[in-house]
Each structure stands twice: as C-alpha cells, then as structure tokens.
Design a protein. Structure first.
Length: 186
C-alpha cells in the first residue's frame, strides 16, 4: 500500500502542478487582456478629448462668424444710403451753384424760388437719412474730414485754421462720404 499511496500522491502532485501551470497562463492572459483594455480605454479617452477640443473650437468659430455677420448686417443697414448719397451730392452742389445766380426780374425770381424749394426738400431728405454737412469754415483743419487744396498765409487767422470752403464735405452718420475741400492758413 505504501507503494500505491506513493504513486497516488505522485499522480496528485503532477495533476496539481499541471493545474497550476494553466492557471498561471490564464493569469498572464488576463493581465495582457486587462492591459490591452486599459490601453484601449486610454486611447478612447484621448480620442474623446480630441473630439471635445475640436467641437469647442468649431463652436467658437461659429460664434465668431455669427458675431461678425451680425456686425456686417448692422453696418450695411447703417450705411445703406451711402450709394444714393454719393449720387445725390453732386446734384446738391449743382443746385447750390444754380441758386447763386443773381436774379433780375420777377419771372426768374419765381423760378429761383421753385428751385430753392426743391433744393430744401432734397437737403431735408438727405438729413432724414443721416447725411450732414461737415462744418469747416473757421474750424481747425482735420485731415479726417478736410482736404486742403490751398495753403495761404493770411492775417487774422490762426495757424492750421480753415479760411474758406471750396467744396462742401458730407458725413453719413459717422462716416465721411466726401471730405470738405478747403483753403487753410499756414
């Protein structure tokens, strides 16, 4: 019996050793699988972070685009009359020249009075749309609003003061449509 018991215990030890070896292999496989899963999780976290970052940038770009578009629309509405004003300013200039003519008789005077009425109506329409004359005569020269066409030296005026307006300038709201052409004291 002792021999049989020895054999049996040897067989049990071998089975035990064989059973330990596969368990160690499974542990190694489980560790590798767990490591791979952790690696995949980390990779997915990085991809998620990259997608979140890209989404945040796209949202910021869209918000900037929306704000820029809104400002452009507001500027377009604010200055919508600019093209027509540019076309009408020479008409106003011609009316002013025509009204400077000296009238001699009554028939011409009534004609001139009709011209003044049309001129005043045109000026009022421009004012209603935000057009105003640039005040120049006697003011200090401002290169943003005035264009110096002559520079003279006259007494009674300060240096850089506008002596005479050669052609009126106009503003549309806060934008210069046409600078005033002026004669400036040195």
């Amino acid at each position: 019996m002792s021999e049989e018991t020895n054999r049996q215990s040897t067989v049990e030890e071998e089975e035990f050793e064989q059973t330990e070896t596969p368990n160690e292999g499974e542990d190694n496989n489980q560790e590798e699988t767990a490591t791979e899963e952790l690696s995949e999780v980390e990779q997915l976290k990085e991809e998620n972070a990259a997608v979140q970052d890209r989404l945040a940038r796209l949202q910021a770009d869209f918000d900037n685009f929306r704000r820029r578009s809104q400002k452009e629309r507001e500027a377009d509405l604010k200055y919508k009359a600019q093209d027509i004003v540019n076309d009408l300013i020479p008409v106003v200039d011609n009316f002013e020249r025509a009204l400077q003519v000296d009238v001699q008789d009554e028939a011409t005077e009534s004609y001139a009075e009709g011209m003044r009425m049309v001129y005043n109506q045109l000026k009022q329409a421009l004012i209603d749309h935000g057009v105003e004359e640039i005040e120049a005569e006697g003011a200090e020269f401002d290169p943003q609003k005035h264009q110096a066409v002559m520079q003279v030296s006259e007494e009674g005026y300060e240096s850089n003061q506008i002596i005479e307006v050669m052609q009126k300038g106009y503003l549309l709201k806060d934008r210069v449509i046409r600078p005033a052409m002026v004669k400036v004291n040195e």
